[in-house]
Design a protein around this ligand. Structure first.
Ligand code: DAH
Length: 401
């Protein structure tokens, strides 16, 4: 290769860090970029073209910014910033114009290279750029902050938060169902307090002074001599003392006994009392009404069975069984192979009870009954342990919502 022909390129290349090892072949160009190694196998023309390109690239220096460019850039930047849609876009614009790799360093470079007589104008333009861009950033920031929803703002169009909803307790559901059934045959609901008197709970109900249920080991007595009613029967007394016959009521509510809790016993439980007093109310009414109730609450085909029993407040007295809902009377584990489930105590109101409430036992007769509501709930909802009704585990109770 003739050194003279390539001297122009060699000169140019030298200025940008390349050098020619020898004036003769092969030309080895060492460059900061190790990939640019030109071998002598190229034709002279090829080599010349490549060298021309390399020298042009290395001689390219971006033109420093002119004064008008800075002014124009300032206007563009201000408009750009004013259009930033949100905080993120605004920050991106700040970096674009004032950041280390943004436009400001270019402007400062132009200031440095400007002719000395033009420097004051460049300086002024650079300052204006900084001031106007800074102001635009501040203005946009406040504008965005003003339109942003304050943290504690009330958005009346937002759908409300649903409060966690409870569900009706299984016992309340059963009370509702029982009440609704008796309502259909003319019974209204009467209530009484959980704390009652010995008179209402025992005396007026013809309970002998030595009856075991009066024992403090069975009934909770309070210091003032009152007690936690051990059945809902005192509501009969309260109601009859206030209302002349005829009477046709049910009284659902809580009762308390000193029972040790187990799968079928709880120290507090629920009963529904029933009382029907009128002229010529008979055992046939009791049987037909409770048979109707059995069919309504347990489904068609359920029957009621009446077995002789004793209660102080009824004469005669019976215990009432309903057809076992599980085996439909065939006999299974639940009904202990009897086909029946014990549901209530009942009977014809004892004349002594009428006397205690100032009713004339010769003018009226009546029937009464008392049923355990947990028993009915456990049968209908297939609950195997009475304590589950009082554990208040919402995961369990919600199943019956
Ligand atoms: N009070 C009784 C009990 O708790 C149930 C009862 C039986 C209520 C006969 C009555 C009735 O009204 O006549 O075991």
């Amino acid at each position: 290769m003739e050194p003279g022909r390539n001297s122009f390129f060699a000169l140019n290349l030298e200025t940008c860090g390349y050098h020619q090892d020898t004036a003769s072949d092969p030309i080895i160009l060492s460059s900061p970029n190790p990939h640019i190694i030109l071998s002598s196998h190229h034709s002279v023309l090829q080599t010349n073209i490549i060298l021309l390109c390399v020298s042009l690239i290395s001689f390219y220096k971006p033109c420093p910014m002119q004064l008008e460019d800075i002014q124009h850039l300032t206007d563009t930047a201000v408009a750009d910033i004013a259009a930033a849609a949100d905080e993120t876009a605004l920050e991106a614009a700040r970096v674009r114009y004032l950041g280390r790799k943004g436009k400001l360093p270019d402007i400062m470079a132009a200031l440095k290279t400007a002719a000395p007589e033009q420097r004051p104008q460049y300086g002024q333009a650079a300052n204006q750029f900084k001031t106007r861009v800074g102001e635009a950033l501040d203005a946009r920031k406040s504008a965005l902050a003003a339109t942003a929803t304050p943290a504690n703002a009330l958005d009346v169009t937002r759908p409300g938060d649903l409060p966690p909803l409870g569900s009706i307790h299984p016992i309340r559901q059963i009370i509702g169902r029982v009440t609704e059934i008796f309502d259909r045959i003319g019974f209204t609901v009467a209530t009484g307090p959980d704390i009652d008197s010995v008179f209402n709970n025992f005396d007026a109900l013809n309970t002998p002074a030595d009856h075991p249920s009066r024992d403090p080991q069975d009934t909770f007595y309070l210091e003032d001599g009152s007690l936690l009613r051990c059945h809902t029967s005192p509501v009969q007394v309260r109601h009859m003392l206030k209302h002349p016959p005829p009477v046709r009521i049910i009284a659902p509510g809580r009762a308390y006994r000193r029972d040790t809790p187990d799968a079928t016993h709880s120290a507090n439980f629920h009963q529904v009392e029933g009382l029907y007093v009128d002229k010529k109310v008979s055992m046939a009414d009791l049987k037909s009404d409770l048979t109707y109730f059995a069919g309504e609450v347990l489904g068609p085909g359920a029957k009621a069975r009446f077995r002789p029993h004793f209660f102080p407040f009824t004469e005669p007295s019976v215990e009432v069984d309903f057809t076992c809902h599980v085996c439909k009377g065939k006999g299974c584990r639940v009904c202990k192979n009897s086909g029946w489930i014990e549901i209530a105590g009942a009977g014809m109101v004892d004349p002594n009870v009428f006397q205690a409430v100032n009713y004339d036992p010769d003018a009226v007769t009546g029937y009464a009954f008392g049923m355990g509501l947990e028993r009915i709930a456990m049968i209908l909802l297939e609950i195997d342990d009475i304590r589950r009704l009082y554990d208040n585990d919402v995961r369990f109770l919600r199943q019956f919502a």
